[in-house]
Design a binder for this molecule. Structure first.
Ligand code: NOJ
Length: 512
């Protein structure tokens, strides 16, 4: 286990939209390097960088054309190398985004694979044996290649699935995952990883980590591949970290060997019940809504078994949101978000803050850019100050990757830095406390103290700290056999004479 993870707090950077250092309207690597001190100042000592590789950008870079080359619009490999070095100087770590399940249909491997003539890459993707043979149950493309066959897709039509084989074979064109062609794909991906790790990167966020082997019902073959990758890391790069987009820590961490796994906002799951749950009539039922009609047990019933199964092997990662989800400002006011983020940042595991969430950037309804569709509204430029383009870029407005927030009330870093009670400064205080106290870091010391169906507050213990959260606008007063002094509060709470009293919309960290 990489030693730095226990005290890691991540900041996710969407490179298109963070900071444009050369005035061409799009963010770049040198822009990220310039802003490392800002990221560190929030209390984030690690970064997950969304794909920054050469790509035709049909899916914002998740359609990789060259795994080993930084896209020209972001700079050069040398720029990225310098960014890693500057991060390390500040005690920070950077994870790149590894997209192992598919490439762009413009990747050189795929171009070779499309040829009728057999070659080294004929088995790198998944092809049926005839163009008339369209497999059931898989997305595929037919009739667009010289080669006689249809190829399987992993996501959009521009993203052919790499061939890691099948676990349950149902047709003659399907190869078992232990076939040499499938093993060669895995080795090619390890080669990509070594390339960036040797350059100074500290590991990877892994895109669609559960998608490798097809017909892999319990994901056991996919897990076997990742364990093989983990073995390579343990031997060659023991301080490199991997976080999976899997959202099933029991499998991702315990079986596949990831150091961390995200809990994502999948419908009906625990994380969803915290922030996105609605009743049959569309009414708000999330635990963190001030309406106070949520149910913390929906979260715990999902989270606790996952936590128990994975806690000896790795960390669950909770997110403020990411480049695929609506920002929390959609539906939540500032106080609700302060309380929600304080909770996320004091839970065990390794938390992730999406750029701009720390200042309360909005979700916008925008026309799709680069395959973003409804996700585009969460990907707008970072808001630094009230200068031109909110300090994101010196380019003319028309040249910006996406429009900036044009409202007078657009929040910015500059404005929030001046206000001690701003969202940004609230997050800074919580993170400072987390870094100063090992009990509040990733360690699996989580104990539920008070949680009742349809009731508020929710109280949990982490070592010498008792953390209480009452997102509801109603005051709560419960018997609680605990003692402690508040070391951080939003709203007002007291823990005295065997009772916990919390005002509506409050959060408190008590220390014994
Ligand atoms: C998940 C990524 O987060 C998303 O942005 C992307 O479109 C798909 N995987 C496909 O790579």
């Amino acid at each position: 286990m990489p030693s730095w993870l226990n005290d890691a707090v991540f900041y996710e950077i969407y490179p298109q939209s963070f900071y444009d250092s050369n005035g061409d309207g799009i963010g770049d690597i040198n822009g990220i390097t310039e802003k490392l001190d800002y990221v560190k100042s929030i209390g984030c000592n690690a970064i997950w960088l969304n794909p920054c590789y050469d790509s035709p950008f049909m899916d914002a870079g998740y359609d990789v054309r060259d795994y080993k080359k930084v896209a020209a619009r972001y700079g050069t490999n040398e720029d990225l190398k310098r960014c890693f070095a500057e991060a390390h100087k500040r005690g920070m770590h950077i994870l790149l985004d590894l997209v192992p399940g598919h490439t762009s249909d413009q990747h050189a491997w795929f171009r070779e694979s499309q040829k009728a003539q057999k070659n080294e890459y004929s088995g790198r993707y998944i092809w049926t044996d005839s163009v008339w043979n369209r497999p059931d149950g898989f997305g595929c493309m037919c009739g667009v290649s010289e080669r006689d066959g249809c190829y399987l897709l992993n996501f959009f039509s521009s993203q052919p699935a790499l061939n890691y084989g099948f676990n349950r074979i149902t047709a003659p064109w399907q190869k078992h995952y232990t076939d040499l062609d499938c093993v060669a794909t895995r080795e090619a991906m390890k080669d990509v990883m070594r390339f960036w790790l040797d350059m100074g990167c500290d590991g990877f966020r892994v895109d669609m980590a559960d998608s490798l082997v097809k017909n892999d019902d319990d994901r056991s073959a996919t897990a076997e591949i990742w364990r093989n990758v983990r073995k390579m890391l343990d031997q060659e790069y023991p301080e490199a970290a991997m976080v999976s987009e899997w959202s099933d820590p029991r499998r991702a961490i315990t079986k596949a060997g990831f150091h961390m796994d995200f809990l994502l906002n999948h419908l009906g799951k625990g994380y969803y019940s915290l922030f996105r749950e609605t009743g049959p009539d569309g009414s708000q039922r999330s635990f963190f809504s001030k309406q106070g009609r949520g149910n913390i047990m929906k979260f715990l019933d999902d989270y606790l078994p996952q936590y128990e199964a994975s806690k000896d092997y790795g960390y669950i990662s909770l997110i403020t949101c990411n480049h695929d989800t609506p920002r929390m400002t959609l539906g939540y006011d500032e106080l609700e978000r302060k309380i929600a983020y304080s909770f996320l940042l004091t839970m065990p595991g390794v938390p992730f803050i999406y750029y701009g969430d720390e200042i309360g950037m909005q979700y916008f309804n925008l026309t799709s850019v680069e395959g973003g569709y409804n996700r585009t509204g969460s990907r707008t430029p970072m808001q630094w100050n009230h200068g031109k383009n909110l300090g994101f870029s010196t380019a003319e407005k028309e040249k910006l990757y996406l429009p900036v927030d044009e409202r007078d009330v657009a929040p910015t870093v500059e404005q929030q830095e001046k206000d001690d009670s701003s969202l940004l400064n609230t997050i800074r205080k919580v993170l400072a406390l987390r870094h100063a106290n090992s009990d509040l870091q990733a360690v699996p010391n989580f104990e539920v103290v008070y949680a009742e169906k349809d009731q508020y507050p929710f109280v949990f213990r982490r070592g010498s700290f008792v953390i209480a959260v009452n997102p509801s606008c109603r005051e709560t007063n419960i018997p609680l056999d605990e003692t402690g002094e508040p070391v951080f509060q939003i709203g007002k709470s007291s823990l005295e004479n065997g009772r916990l009293l919390m005002r509506g919309q409050s959060f408190a960290i008590f220390k014994k």
